[in-house]
Design a protein around this ligand. Sequence first.
Ligand code: GDG
Length: 511
Amino acid sequence: MTEAVWEEFPQIFKIDECETLQSEVLKNRTLIIAANRAPVTLVKNEDGEIEFQRGGGGLVTALLGLARYVNARWIGCSITEEDRQWREGVIPLENDEGEILVSFVSPDEESYTDYYNVIANPLLWFLQHSMWDFVRTPTFDARTWKAWHEGYVKVNRLFAEAIVRQIEAADKPPLVMLQDYHLYLVPRFIRETLGERKPYTLTHFVHIPWPGSEDWGMVPPAMRQAILQGLCSNDLLGFQTREDALNFIRTCESHLPDTEVNFTKGVITFHGHDTHVRDFPISIDVEALRELAATDEVAEYRRHFIERYGDRKLIVRVDRTEPSKNIVRGFAALNEMLELYPEHCGEVQFLALLVPSRMEVGEYQNYLDEIMAAAGRVNALHGDSTWEPVRVLVGEDYPRAVAAMQLYDILLVNSIADGMNLVAKEGPTVNLKDGVVILSERTGARQQLAPGALVISPCDIYATAEAMHRALIMPAEERRKRAEFLRRAVEAEDISVWLCWQLKTLAELGL
Ligand code: GDG
């Protein structure tokens, strides 16, 4: 690592510059956000009335923040009966800063299952996270094609119809901000319906990796081309990293006939329409996270962890129970580290905080079983009556996860593939111990954080074990410098920067 790493971080956008951008770009616009998930969770109270809770997370906070400047609507897909009943309503923003209209598209249950549980997850998710095993998966059988036409295409059409209605009703040219891999076909359906009849701008941000064109070559041409044509109907298309953006352009060059691509300018021209392709690395709401980290609830968990694990060095991971997060190899790396360096036996504690995820998908149920078995193996091989090297805590508890992130000596992020990985940004933001981050080179976060982290290749269990050992014996000064780099890198580009880059790009391109 060179000294250049420790240079000052330029603050990319000042807060007031960001606010000016938001109000300037949005002042003559209507804003329409569309994402699979709405920014609210609806629950029935004791009187049978539906109440809402605003969703957490930086993305919701940042996008809802835009509603301060503009008439805004968020369209999501109904998931529960309460969503279906509610259909549409106004959500007030925090601190009385306006409101946002939230509405749902409501596919029938079977269409939703086909769209979400057959095509989006696992098919697209698995493809984009390099999780296919080509000898056995994927298979595109009659069931898959039915799910495509009667699920994915149908739900994308429902979203497009809902957005078109809003564009038609708008008194100012709408800016439509589409989110993620659930909605790849929506932009094309919108353009096919509206043509040039009304002015509007379509942007789309893809939160997950975009693999190389060879991987897309395994998707049947009709499906592949529908996805690429869909995305090439956007005006501005954002990815997490430069490599994802370049991979997308390459995929269009290889698989979308009649396309012109310009790698230098980041422009794809398809049937006379220009799509500008950029990377906008997503981030976290630093201030909100630090506020949460300072609460009594988090402090209580912190006390509990300190009491329970005493002076042991903590290796922490925080993930959904998601195969792409590579949890099993993480335990294998701990096992290898304890075999190579037995002096750490009894001195370290691996704490895995896992949030159950997509349990209705078979692969995910099996993966949770594999995780528990792998943890049990390490404990059986190395543990004794006084020390259990791995503790797995399964459950949804964000304050508990934040407390663990405050206390790690090592944060392990070893994903096989990850669009960004927000845990890699949250950890250094709240950590109190100059902890070391071991970071997979296949996370989007490595684009910004690599110089401060110990970067590993996710399948290389030996390198991961060596990185754990290196972190455990690292001199305090190096730990401090690395932790400071990571902290400042995240502070300099938090979630508001993600949003401002997109708005600035729209302004510069005159979109
Ligand atoms: C997708 C992409 C991309 C942790 N425990 C709980 C909880 N968390 C928080 C984490 C973090 C978030 O959930 C998970 O975000 P990640 O980025 O790590 O991973 P994905 O869920 O796969 O997110 C990813 C992201 O989208 C944004 O674009 O970075 O690459 O895969 O903030 O701390 N949240 C709640 N309860 C918990 O117990 N609610």
